[in-house]
Ligand binder design. Sequence first.
Ligand SMILES: [Zn+2]
Length: 62
Amino acid sequence: MEKGDGLMALSCPECESEVSPPEPVRQHEVLECPDCRAELEVIAVEPVVLALAPEIEEDWGE
Ligand SMILES: [Zn+2]
């Protein structure tokens, strides 16, 4: 396989649905799985690795 320059398809670690990261993807960015709505954190970018974001009950203020 060659290293592509485009988006790679990622799998949601929760439900294994395909998740497309935004471009450019940044480390520590949090994505939402379109299928199960899990929050996925980008823990690495080369290659992109997603992990379930910890559920933090936190008020960010409104
Ligand atoms: Zn999912």
